[in-house]
Design a protein around this ligand. Structure first.
Ligand SMILES: Cc1ncc(COP(=O)(O)O)c(C=O)c1O
Length: 438
């Protein structure tokens, strides 16, 4: 008898999932270790997406498990309002050692979505505090994903995520995305074409009036929107324009933080320093939910000039939760002791070659990659592309490899512990699946 035969599937409403389809054919995972999940029927599935770009140290790393077990028995919870506990400070210090110089002030939340809301609110509070309360507008980017709360959806650029939810935040504009298959299909890493798209920011600012704009928020590499790698020089140009107009630049590094690009942050890899970095996922290797925003010291110092006793009226019941802090500290130890950012660097060319070996298969119209992030994009030269992607996903799953599909593309993002033979297995599963489906 299958586990699902005894399980009531009625009450749980799954997020971002075709619920009716899932409940007709549930995929249930019951345990995990390292690069693998176990399913309810005892199969071992190779996790090609690190949970959801988040189990950066692999599943159930014993050191993080032990840290969580010990912490939950020692101090389960401490309110973050007016009192605290040592690990919140220790983790903030450790994170600040990884962020670019000067981004040393760390504010905790529980999810990437909350990190984004925190960053947007602090941007407004910062400008108001220095007498520029007219700076209330935000600029996001097409295809950007910044979580699901109202601020994040407003600056986000994925149409289905926006369209059922009313007018969203006022005063938001969007940069064009940088994906153009005609000019950059099958680029490896950063495309040569597209730096001029950063100049669109100047055009938007001309229209919006730069003195009314609080912040620009972008993912340095677009993740959920399809692994869209910034063209060479693009991020540098965006930084220049923001600096010129005193507009804050927010990097949403919920995916790219903690080694996904072989460096602590994309900001380090690209040598572009934003004013704020949103992070989550790899912060605790997903073992306990946690997010944070790293702020430039000048932002913190400005907010601290407030004359009210509480300088910032913002925070969450679970900000800096002790168990999450313990998971965070252990994750950072593991990244260092196990050399996982270095492993990501070593695996990057192998991952790149493996993914690009799919070029030439039916209906594969583009392949994009950087670090341990990759996407395979389909066209509709046979079956509609939006049918190809879920079918390839299903075929891979039936053959014990988990990838992720979204609209007309697949994403692949293994944990930083991945080895060459596992990358090869993922690529072979994709090849077999694409050949069989198309
Ligand atoms: C870039 C980015 N920002 C924000 C989020 C939202 O994070 P969460 O789902 O933890 O709220 C995500 C989630 O994937 C993300 O990729």
């Amino acid at each position: 008898m299958k586990l699902q035969d005894n399980l009531n599937l009625d009450n749980y409403w799954l997020p971002f999932t075709a619920n009716k389809n899932f409940k007709a054919n549930p995929k249930l995972l019951t345990s995990a270790e390292g690069m693998y999940y176990k399913t309810e029927d005892g199969r071992e599935i190779l996790d090609g997406i690190a949970g959801l770009w988040c189990t950066n140290a692999g599943h159930c790393h014993p050191k993080i498990v032990a840290a969580v077990q010990n912490q939950v028995a020692e101090l389960d919870y401490a309110t973050a309002f007016n009192v605290s506990h040592p690990k919140a400070f220790e983790l903030a210090e450790r994170v600040s050692e990884l962020t670019p110089e000067g981004l040393d002030k760390i504010f905790y939340g529980n999810s990437g979505s909350e990190a984004v809301e925190t960053a947007l609110k602090v941007a407004l509070a910062f400008h108001a505090s220095r007498g520029e309360g007219q700076r209330t507008k935000f600029i996001g980017r097409e295809k950007g994903y910044h979580g699901v709360n109202f601020g994040g959806v407003s600056v986000g650029g994925i149409t289905p995520n926006r369209k059922s939810f009313g007018p969203l935040l006022p005063g938001v504009d969007h940069l064009p995305h940088t994906w153009n298959p005609e000019h950059m299909a099958f680029s490896k890493g950063q495309p040569d074409w597209g730096i001029h798209l950063a100049d669109e920011l100047e055009k938007i600012l001309l229209l919006q009036d730069p003195s009314t704009v609080a912040a620009v928020i972008i993912e340095p590499v677009i993740g959920s929107g399809g692994v869209i790698v910034p063209p060479k020089g693009y991020l540098e140009r965006i930084r220049e324009i923001c600096t010129k107009h005193n507009i804050l630049l927010i990097f949403d590094e919920v995916i790219t933080g903690f080694g996904r690009l072989g460096h602590p942050f994309a900001a380090n890899r690209f040598s572009v320093k934003p004013d704020m970095i949103c992070m989550a996922k790899g912060l605790t290797s997903a073992m306990i939910p946690m997010s944070a925003v790293a702020f430039d010291n000048s932002i913190y110092d400005q907010i601290m000039t407030a004359e009210t006793p509480i300088e910032l009226f913002h925070g969450y019941t679970y900000s800096g939760h002790p168990v999450a802090c313990a998971a965070g500290l252990a994750s950072l130890d593991v990244y260092e002791e196990d050399g996982l950012f270095e492993n990501a660097q070593e695996m990057e060319p192998i991952f790149e070659e493996a993914l690009h070996s799919l070029q030439g298969l039916n209906q594969v119209m583009d392949i994009r990659n950087i670090g341990l992030m990759g996407a395979v994009h389909f066209n509709s030269d046979g079956m509609p592309a939006t049918e190809v992607a879920p079918k390839v996903f299903q075929h891979c799953y039936e053959n014990d490899v988990l990838v992720r599909f979204s609209a007309d593309y697949l994403v692949i993002s293994p944990s930083l512990i991945v080895q060459a033979d596992q990358i090869e297995r993922i690529a072979n599963a994709l090849k077999k699946a694409i050949n069989s489906v198309t």
